[in-house]
Design a protein around this ligand. Structure first.
Ligand SMILES: NC(=O)c1ccc[n+]([C@@H]2O[C@H](COP(=O)([O-])OP(=O)(O)OC[C@H]3O[C@@H](n4cnc5c(N)ncnc54)[C@H](OP(=O)(O)O)[C@@H]3O)[C@@H](O)[C@H]2O)c1
Length: 334
């Protein structure tokens, strides 16, 4: 089969299509014929050597959708040909700790979805929600799961919340907007691009603020929210996170799942005086994934940036590296 492989570090241009041996599903596993995959920031970090415990060569890709190709011993279904989408969180036992020696993410060290076939545990294979295209289904897994746990499970979003979503161009953040609007919350987004802010407004964002042209963006957020957000979902980190703590309303939840711009110097005063709940989160549990996917049966649709051909994986990864995307960057697998 053909796969997009990474054999050595050096950035997106090291991604290349190669012929590799297709692996048959073992007991308890399913082989999925991948139709579409999608990129995450993680894939780019791995090409750059900026991810822990990199093991090469490897097939990258955490997001994948397609059809069931074959079933391993002891797997009852779904039958071959069924449209499915893959949960990329491996080894998270429901009710157990979120991180353990057994947990990992599909797409390094385990070969991932940038391939014609991908073999995963049967429990990670879910029927594609009704009416979703392959592009839409492939856009959902890692980002949708992370956003769902951040916004719903950890953030406990409700219609009464005023939610701040920083850096709306991020793949995960577009899902946070989607889920927060779905429950009827008021949502404020920031971005360094007016074009991305316009797209976010079209998806339902109530207030859109450009952090690049408005360096005191956090003051604009405080003014627009009448006293600060009650829920913040952040993956920007750095000074952005420090400002979020500063402007959050007393009693607010501040959920953190990433740190794109690096470490933050924070004021403990902002946390203890306002009794903030600062909540960390990563990916999500099997039940988070199932509950998240069910929302797409209710008519939600993910934001898709662009679809790249299989041989254009380096260009697709560069689009994330350059921060050009709004929503998910898709890889057509052929
Ligand atoms: N813990 C987990 O389970 C998990 C899962 C997924 C991702 N992550 C992490 O979360 C982060 C985002 O992931 P992603 O895949 O959504 O990445 P992404 O698509 O590359 O998005 C990154 C976004 O960050 C925003 N940004 C960058 N610099 C900014 C600044 N100075 N101020 C405000 N916003 C800024 C940009 O938004 P604009 O373009 O709108 O300005 C950019 O689009 C990454 O660090 C990733 O490693 C963690």
């Amino acid at each position: 089969m053909r796969a997009v492989r990474l054999a050595e570090l050096g950035g997106p241009d090291r991604l290349h299509v190669a012929d590799v041996r297709a692996v048959a599903p073992g007991p308890g596993q399913i082989a999925v014929r991948i139709a579409r995959a999608a990129f995450n920031r993680r894939d780019v970090y791995i090409t750059q050597g900026l991810y822990p415990a990199i093991s090469l060569p490897c097939t990258l890709g955490s997001d994948g959708a397609g059809t069931v190709a074959s079933l391993g011993d002891g797997v009852a279904g779904p039958p071959p040909g069924t449209p499915v989408v893959i949960d990329p969180q491996l080894g998270w036992v429901e009710g157990g700790p979120p991180v353990s020696d057994r947990s990992s993410i599909l797409g390094m060290p385990v070969d991932g979805t940038f391939a014609q076939y991908c073999v995963v545990p049967a429990a990670n294979v879910h029927r594609t929600p009704t009416g979703l295209t392959d592009d839409e289904a492939a856009a959902i897994p890692l980002a949708g799961l992370t956003a769902y746990r951040a916004t719903v499970t950890r953030g406990r979003v409700s219609k009464d919340d005023v939610v701040l979503v920083t850096g709306i161009g991020g793949g995960v953040q577009t899902f946070v907007l989607l889920f927060a609007k779905h429950v009827g919350a008021r949502v404020v987004v920031t971005s360094g691009s007016d074009e991305k802010l316009a797209r976010a407004s079209a998806l339902g964002a109530d207030v859109a603020i450009n952090y690049a042209t408005s360096p005191a963006w956090y003051k604009d957020v405080r003014a627009a929210t009448g006293g600060g957000p009650t829920l913040v979902v952040d993956s920007v980190g750095g000074e952005t996170l420090a400002r979020c703590l500063e402007i959050a309303r007393p009693g607010a939840r501040v959920v953190v799942y990433g740190g794109t711009t690096g470490d933050a110097t924070i004021r403990p005063y902002a946390i203890f005086w306002k009794s903030l709940d600062v909540l960390g989160t990563s990916m999500g549990s099997p039940s988070d994934f199932a509950a998240m996917l069910a929302l797409f049966e209710e008519g939600l649709r993910p934001a898709i940036d662009r679809v790249f051909g299989f041989h254009d994986a380096p260009a697709a990864a560069r689009r994330l590296l350059d921060g050009k995307q709004f929503g998910k960057v898709i890889l057509a697998v052929d």
